[in-house]
Structure formats: structure tokens, C-alpha cells
Design a binder for this molecule. Structure first.
Ligand code: F6R
Length: 600
């Protein structure tokens, strides 16, 4: 949700900023901009994507070996060039980029306007540039001619400005004539990459992997001063601190598209491998978590979007396999349950990015009440990975497509592993996942894709698609519906099979497509729900291991018992992809969405 990138070093900044922003585009793509520092600030910004900026604004000509860049997902103010970052002070001497929300921006803006500052955007972020300007003890009247700076140092001015901000923010600031970048992070992600050719800043590590794998994960409230080749870290109290350097284990190739047209297809195809990697866990940690679950007085799974669907699937698995009840709550609704939290409660926070603001807020509420927190995330060094008492990593490698595909199935694997660990059957679950390898491989092979491409052709013009299932197939239907709707923009909704007769049947007309997810253990009941749809003219597409006569179309998947949610989700991911391609949409970057949702 907004991506920020910065570089200071020995090379020309603009080509690096452009590549970094391109790598970061999955965090926001409605507008983009850069600022570099040479004799003057070189600022270019544009509505659209980084490729538009490069082609329309001769961006490669902008000089300077340090610069900052931003790719925006609008929160305050419409998508316009003025609202794009970087934002500057009154005289274009200071430029900032920001990810997060400045909660007190109206109050700050009013004060700054009274002092003569002129604003040129509707954003909350612009106040930061003016605050820095103000703190530089500006002499003379702002509304007059250009100023002369004569006050405190740029670093001091930045720090004083950061202190006035409330909300969440990762900010990079530069100033004309200064060979430095000043950065701060509070409740919004920011990491620092250390390379021979310079220092990198980014919202996460993937964008600078092609230059370095050496990374410093900042603590909350940290301030960073990068000057020339030197980088210094300060804590919130402005004491200089040492921060450990970690080596990222992700491979650079994993963050590239390779021979695939889109990251979405690449990541779907990786699943035969990634579900295996999800099983590579430290048994001691799994045992500790299992015992925390057993002794927890109230266990809450908390997540958003696809991660929430993985948690729902987990709750069915915990009930079925481990005979344990867990509560599953959308992170954005968790405040309604906070009063149940005690020091005996266990919060299970699941988030691919580890930066989803709603999830982090739930985690922080839990910690304030003394509850313990276990997290499942894909991103080492993310806020969630650092705030949890126990951590399990998905090991899926970077997921660049905005849609979760491989990380969803890894989350489901991990839910299954934990349920089995609680039941004393961890190893046999690992073996079952290993046995899925060829099935998953076949589901993503070309022959399957061609069949789903045919189906996509027939569905592409539909206005509505429905999906039904029971138990583990209901949660699979929810996830499948999310995938199809978010990437094809076709209204797609899932229902529990038994709920149809309580309302949704009214939606069925002649030819309405309805997917039916079937498992051997709930076949009779879901097929009778399917009959109810058929009787009203619905067009049934079965997802099952055998072709029931009630189906008009059939997607063949093997029956893998409790692991069916993995096997049945995959063809639906492929179908969603093919629908997007058929409709000439970008599957990697659906409209209005961003990969990492760092605002509440
Ligand atoms: C859907 C999707 C989103 C995310 C959700 C949570 O394809 O990707 O619904 O699942 O935004 O993100 P994380 O898991 O990073 O917390």
C-alpha cells in the first residue's frame, strides 16, 4: 500500500529508482514519482505506472546519485499528478515520500497555512515537507521570494518534524544541496539494504534484492541518516544505536517473472514446490505452539482476505482433526472481541506480508492485554514476525502478484500441520503433503490450463458467478470467489451449500453459473444442494474427483481428503488468471488494490 524506495551511492540514481519502483509496483500503482538531488532537486511525477513516467518525462535524464521514489495507492486525495509523491516544501528545496497515514495532518496543515505555507496537494503527506521547511528556521516571509535557509541542520529539522506526526509513517526526506537521505519508520514498513554501490531504502526487501541481500530491519520509531557511504541508526529517543544486518534468504530469481507472462501464473505454478517448503518447520517451535494452543483459554485466529480464508479452513481442520475449537475473526472486526482477551488468550495472527495494518492492530491490542501471540507470515523481518512470541514462516519466497495464490495454499498446509501436530500426527501430515507434489504439478500443467482457458472463454461475459460447498469446501468456495472477483471484476459470491434455500436461491436464473466444490465425505448433501440450483436453471460446474451426472461441466481434481482445500483452490486460481487474461486485464495488478495493506 504505497511503495517507497530510496538510493544513495556511487551510481546514477534514476535508473536504480526506476528499477526499484518497477519491482515495488505491487504495493500501489495509481501514480508514481521520483526526486533526485544534484545542484537542484529533480522532481518528476505522473499519474499511472512507472513505465509511463519513464516514457513521458525523460526520466533517465534526471541527474544525481541519490534520490527517492514512490508508487502510490491513494488514501487522501484523488489520483492526480499533484497528489503523487514526492511532495515538496514551498520552494521545492525539500522533498519527501511517505507511506502511511498522518492522523493529525489537518491540525498541522492549518498551523502551517497560518504561518504562510502554500500547499499544492490534497494529501496528508505534504505537511511533512512543510514541517521540515518550517523547522529549518526559515528567514523572511514565505509568500515573498525564495528563502534563505539559515537555521538548524536538515537532520534536526527532519527529526523535529517527525516528532510532530501522529499516525503511521515511513518517510524518506531529501534536500537540495545535501548529500543525504533522512528516514523514519513508525508503524509502517521500511527496510534498509546495504550494498557495495550504496544504501537502499524500501518498503520491503524484494525491490532491492537485485542489488543486495544484506538488510537492516528497522525498529519502530527508528531514524536513519544516510550520508555518502555512511549509514547511521538512531532510536526514537535519538540515541545512536547499532542495528543487526541480516542476510535475506530469498533468491533474486524468485522475484523475477522469468519466462512467464505474469507473476500470477508463475506463482500459481510454483505451488508444487512451495507447499513442500511450508512443511520445513522447526519441530521444537511447532511443539511449543501446539502446547500454547492446548493451554490457551480462548484461541483467536485473526487475519484478512485470503489469509482469513486460510484461517477459516484451519478452524474446520482444528475441529475435525484435533477436536479443538478456535475462534476466527476478521482482523478489521477484532476490536469487537478485544474484551475477551486475557493473559491466557492465544492470538494466532496470519498474514502473508506481515504488515497488514488491521492484523498488527489486533496483535498490539492483544499484547496490551498480556495475551500471547503466534504468527504465520511469509516475510522475515516484517512487523508481524518481530512482534510475535512465536513465529512460523511460510517459506514461499516473494509473492509479487497482488493476489495471494502460493501463500494461501502454504497457509492451509500450515493449518493442517498444526491440527495434525495437536493430534500427534505431524509426520503423517508432512508425508501427505509430499504425496501431493504430482497432483499439484498436474493441476498447473498446460493441459489443465487449456481446459480452464476454454471455461474462462465461456464465463468471461457473465455478470455473476456463484460458488457453493460445505465444510472445508465452503471455505474453499469463499477463497475461489475472492480470486475470481478481484482479478476478473465479475461479481462472484460463495455460499455454504445449506444456506442456498435461506435466500441465495433467489439469484439463480437460467444459465447462472454455479461452481460446486465436492468432497467424498460431503458428496450427498452438496449434490442435493446442486440439484436445487439445477432445478432453477443454474449451470453447474463441478470441482470434484468424479463426474456427477448433475454437473453441466466438470473440473477433475483428485480427492485428497482433508487436503482438498489445497487441491481444489488451485484450478480456481488458474481459472481466475485465465479470466483476467481473456478480459485483457492485468492479473498482477487488479484495479484499486495493493499487495500490502498498511492502512486501517
Ligand atoms: C487476495 C489477497 C488479499 C490478502 C489480504 C491480507 O488475493 O491477496 O485478500 O490476502 O490483503 O494480506 P496479508 O496476508 O498480507 O495480511
Amino acid at each position: 500500500m504505497c511503495g517507497i524506495f530510496g538510493y544513495i551511492g556511487s551510481e546514477k540514481a534514476t535508473p536504480i529508482l526506476c528499477r526499484g519502483l518497477k519491482n515495488l509496483e505491487y504495493r500501489g500503482y495509481d501514480s508514481v514519482g521520483i526526486a533526485t538531488v544534484s545542484s537542484q532537486l529533480g522532481i518528476r511525477k505522473e499519474v499511472g505506472r512507472i513505465d509511463d513516467l519513464v516514457s513521458r518525462l525523460n526520466i533517465e535524464d534526471v541527474e544525481g546519485s541519490l534520490g527517492i521514489g514512490h508508487t502510490r495507492w491513494a488514501t487522501h486525495g484523488p489520483v492526480t499528478a499533484e497528489n503523487s509523491h514526492p511532495h515538496t516544501d514551498c520552494f521545492d528545496k525539500v522533498a519527501i515520500i511517505h507511506n502511511g497515514i498522518i492522523e493529525n495532518y489537518l491540525e498541522l496543515k492549518t498551523k502551517l497555512v497560518e504561518r504562510g505555507h502554500r500547499f499544492s496537494s490534497d494529501t496528508d503527506s505534504e505537511v511533512i515537507a512543510h514541517l521540515i521547511e518550517d523547522n529549518l528556521s526559515f528567514s523572511g516571509t514565505i509568500s515573498g521570494s525564495e528563502s534563505s535557509w539559515n537555521g538548524s541542520s536538515f537532520e534536526d529539522a527532519c527529526v523535529a518534524a517527525f516528532k510532530e506526526l501522529r499516525g503511521s509513517f515511513a518517510v524518506l526526506a531529501v534536500r537540495e544541496g545535501e548529500d543525504k537521505i533522512v528516514a523514519v519508520r513508525k508503524d509502517s514498513p521500511l527496510v534498509v539494504g546495504l550494498a557495495e554501490n550504496g544504501t537502499f531504502f524500501a518498503s520491503d526487501v524484494a525491490p532491492f534484492l537485485e542489488w543486495t541481500k544484506e538488510v537492516v530491519y528497522l525498529e519502530n520509531h527508528d531514524i536513519v541518516m544516510a550520508e555518502g557511504s555512511e549509514v547511521r541508526f538512531f532510536d526514537g529517543g535519538f540515541a545512536e544505536v547499532k542495528r543487526p544486518v541480516s542476510t535475506v534468504e530469498w533468491d533474486i530469481e524468485e522475484a523475477k517473472k522469468g519466462n512467464f507472462d505474469h507473476f500470477m501464473l508463475k506463482e500459481i505454478t510454483e505451488q508444487a514446490e512451495t507447499i513442500q517448503r511450508a512443511c520445513v518447520q522447526d519441530m521444537a517451535v511447532v511443539e511449543r505452539i501446539a502446547s500454547m494452543i492446548r493451554s490457551g483459554f480462548g484461541v483467536f485466529f485473526v487475519a484478512c482476505g485470503s489469509s482469513f480464508h486460510a484461517c477459516l479452513t484451519g478452524s474446520y481442520l482444528f475441529s475435525k482433526v484435533a477436536k479443538l475449537h478456535v475462534n476466527v475473526v476478521l482482523a478489521s472486526e477484532f476490536e469487537n472481541y478485544e474484551h475477551f482477551l486475557t493473559d491466557r488468550t492465544l492470538i494466532f495472527a496470519v498474514s502473508q506480508s506481515g504488515e497488514t495494518a488491521d492484523v498488527l492492530e489486533a496483535v498490539r491490542a492483544a499484547k496490551r492485554r498480556g495475551s500471547r501471540v503466534v504468527s504465520i507470515t511469509n516475510v522475515m523481518g516484517s512487523s508481524l514476525s518481530r512482534e510475535a512470541d512465536e513465529l512460523l514462516l511460510m517459506n514461499s519466497g516473494p509473492e509479487i502478484c497482488v493476489l495471494s495464490t502460493k501463500t494461501y495454499t502454504s497457509q492451509v498446509v500450515m493449518m493442517g500441520l498444526l491440527a495434525c501436530a495437536l493430534d500427534g500426527n505431524y509426520e503423517s501430515c508432512v508425508q501427505k503433503v509430499k504425496d501431493l507434489y504430482m497432483d499439484v504439478y498436474n493441476l498447473t500443467a498446460k493441459s489443465m490450463r487449456d481446459r480452464l482457458k476454454d471455461l474462462a472463454r465461456d464465463l468471461a461475459e457473465k455478470d455473476h458467478i456463484y460458488m457453493i460447498g460445505r465444510g472445508l469446501q465452503y471455505t474453499t468456495a469463499l477463497e475461489a470467489a475472492l480470486k475470481v472477483k478481484e482479478v476478473s471484476y465479475i461479481h462472484t459470491e460463495a455460499f455454504a451449500g445449506g444456506e442456498l434455500k435461506h435466500g441465495p436461491l433467489a439469484l439463480i436464473e437460467k444459465g447462472t453459473p454455479v461452481f460446486v466444490f465436492v468432497s467424498r465425505d460431503n458428496e450427498d448433501r452438496i449434490v442435493s444442494n446442486a440439484q436445487e440450483v439445477k432445478a432453477r436453471g443454474g449451470y453447474l460446474i463441478g470441482v470434484s474427483d468424479w463426474d456427477n451426472p448433475v454437473f453441466d461441466r466438470w473440473i477433475k481434481v483428485p480427492d485428497c481428503g482433508d487436503l482438498n482445500p489445497i487441491i481444489q483452490a488451485i484450478p480456481m486460481q488458474v481459472l481466475a488468471y485465465e479470466l483476467a487474461v481473456k478480459k485483457n486485464l492485468d492479473p498482477d495488478k487488479p484495479r484499486n488494490l495493493a499487495k500490502s495493506v498498511t492502512v486501517l
